[in-house]
Ligand binder design. Structure first.
Ligand code: MF3
Ligand code: CO
Length: 259
């Protein structure tokens, strides 16, 4: 998503190093939540695990209090696309669950999300998760100096096309740094060679959301929870990527990966 003051900032190698610490923390949150996510576990319990891991890493959660957001992570089961507030819902065999987490280290952010299956899910659901993650990596590979924003969006959108998935348009990726949401906006669609030219020192959060059905979204009465308008299942994968002189560097992993 994309809220708040939009500034575009260029980071130094030292800044990137701090973003890598935040990113490693986010990766640890993912790992802990993934391990704990099994039938019977509640969203609130997963949120508590995330809060503990963030503290252990000497970081702070970036979502808690953000525009009034009331939890540490977003937990978005099944037809929830993004921004599900961890509550009393307990996982069931056959669910899918999207987990989005953000951490701040010495003022620098990491932001990443994944979707997992809880036990066995039908092949078409597993394929949705695989394709959405594939789209993320196809987008990340385009995040290098000299390329354009449209190259990222195009790589993502064309990954969805052969499957006929709904590509969510209302929620998009974003610049990231000292704020979770900075300029530029990073849509999950676009034309190759079009849009702003990417520069060394930028950092982006790239985050495709694909639906098994249509692309349309709706927001529940809590003002946060974004669902598919048609009730279909939705997947969300996100990483933070640093545009370094050597190429795209994904920071939200146990060890940063240069593409
Ligand atoms: N990770 C989300 C994003 O990419 C942010 C979650 S919204 C919050 O923009 F309010 F929970 F912070
Ligand atoms: Co994000």
């Amino acid at each position: 998503m994309s809220l708040g003051t939009k500034v575009i900032t260029t980071k130094s190698a030292d800044d990137f190093a701090k973003m890598e610490v935040a990113g490693r923390c986010v990766a640890a949150v993912h790992e802990a939540v993934r391990r704990a996510a099994e039938p019977g576990v509640s969203m609130k319990e997963l949120d508590a695990i995330a809060a503990e891991v963030i503290g252990e890493h000497g970081c702070r959660p970036s979502f808690l209090g953000y525009h009034g957001y009331p939890a540490t992570i977003c937990t978005s089961p099944n037809n929830i696309i993004v921004h599900g507030i961890p509550g009393d819902y307990r996982l069931r065999e056959g669910d899918i669950l999207s987990v989005d987490a953000g951490a701040i280290y010495e003022g620098w952010h990491g932001d990443a999300a994944f979707t997992m299956a809880i036990g066995e899910v039908p092949d078409e659901v597993r394929e949705l998760l695989v394709a959405t993650e594939q789209a993320l990596w196809n987008g990340l590979r385009q995040a290098k100096a000299g390329n354009r924003l449209g190259d990222i969006g195009h790589a993502i959108e064309t990954t969805a096309e052969p499957h006929g998935y709904g590509v969510v348009r209302e929620y998009i990726g974003h610049g990231i740094g000292r704020q979770m949401h900075e300029a530029p906006n990073v849509p999950n669609y676009g034309k190759p060679g079009k849009g702003m030219k990417l520069k060394e020192g930028w950092a982006l959060a790239i985050e495709p959301m694909f639906n098994l059905g249509g692309a349309e979204t709706a927001v529940l009465d809590d003002g946060w929870t974004v669902v598919t308008a048609d009730g279909s299942l939705s997947a969300h994968f996100e990483h933070t990527v640093l545009i370094t002189p050597e190429g795209p560097k994904v920071s939200t992993l146990p060890e940063p990966v240069l593409l």
